[in-house]
Write a protein that binds this ligand. Structure first.
Ligand code: FES
Ligand code: FES
Length: 159
């Protein structure tokens, strides 16, 4: 076991001073050291996207990043989406369009889609499909996930 390093992770605007081994993944640190268990871990090698969080406005697979690399960066997880207790537009759309079943993939899809829509709010359907294709869901068949995110993008285009 290698020596632990003291770092501070900033998750959803809150600082977490923690100690981690250099090999500790960001996903594990967010869940275990910071106690934010909304971020899920599936494949642990960058395939499924369940662990997607937003780091400095970019969606990243937190199982592929070391916790020490997250120091000084603004990390956002699914716990930070609801604003003052109210669901984000995307969270509401997932409910409305039945974009989840077991919910395991949901935090990853929400964070991926949040980052994509922040970068390009009115993204067209084809580009959206391309972006969402990077995450896996074993339950829904994807249709309702795509429908939910498309609904939020369509709203943005209409505004
Ligand atoms: S757990 Fe990170 S991509 Fe699957
Ligand atoms: S809702 Fe079960 S894996 Fe997506």
């Amino acid at each position: 076991m290698s020596e632990k390093i003291a770092i501070t992770l900033t998750v959803n605007g809150k600082d977490y001073p923690i100690s981690v081994e250099p090999r500790r993944t960001l996903a594990d640190a967010i869940r275990e050291e910071c106690g934010q268990t909304g971020t899920h871990i599936g494949c642990e090698h960058g395939i499924c996207g369940a662990c997607t969080v937003i780091v400095d406005d970019v969606p990243v697979r937190s199982c592929l990043m070391f916790a020490v690399q997250g120091e000084g960066k603004a990390i956002r997880t699914v716990e930070g989406l609801a604003d003052g207790g109210g669901l984000s537009a995307l969270q509401s759309a997932f409910m409305e369009h039945h974009g989840l079943q077991c919910g395991f993939c949901t935090p990853g899809f929400l964070m991926l889609a949040t980052a994509v829509l922040e970068r390009e709010p009115g993204i067209n359907d084809d580009d959206l499909l391309d972006a969402l294709a990077s995450n896996l869901c074993r339950c829904t068949g994807y249709q309702n996930i795509v429908k939910a995110v498309r609904a939020v993008a369509a709203d943005a285009r209409a505004r």
